[in-house]
Write a protein of this length. Sequence first.
Length: 115
Amino acid sequence: MRKLTPISLIESPVGDVFDAALREVPRMDRVRFITHQSKPILLVDLTSCSPEEVIERLTEVQRIVTAQPRNSVLTLSDLTGAQFSRAAFSRMKEVAVLDWLYVKAGSACGCREPT
């Protein structure tokens, strides 16, 4: 594995540090709880994910969210550089329908119009 130098590291909008040369965040902990003002927030980090990885992460999101009490989950999704296919959008809609009873509020960053 390459040794990371301070020059090659950059910080994503959600504060994760990753290797700029690889242009990807390490795959571990892409879906995890963080704490803000003593409140747990489910961070869904989809930065630079392929459509297949988006589908995998959304399956993980569904598993985690449906294990929580109803109307209790706060979510923050970072979509910066994520790629979406028709299947990924379909999976996103499925997860939203299945999770809505558990999600109290959600927010997303890194969204942009397709070019």
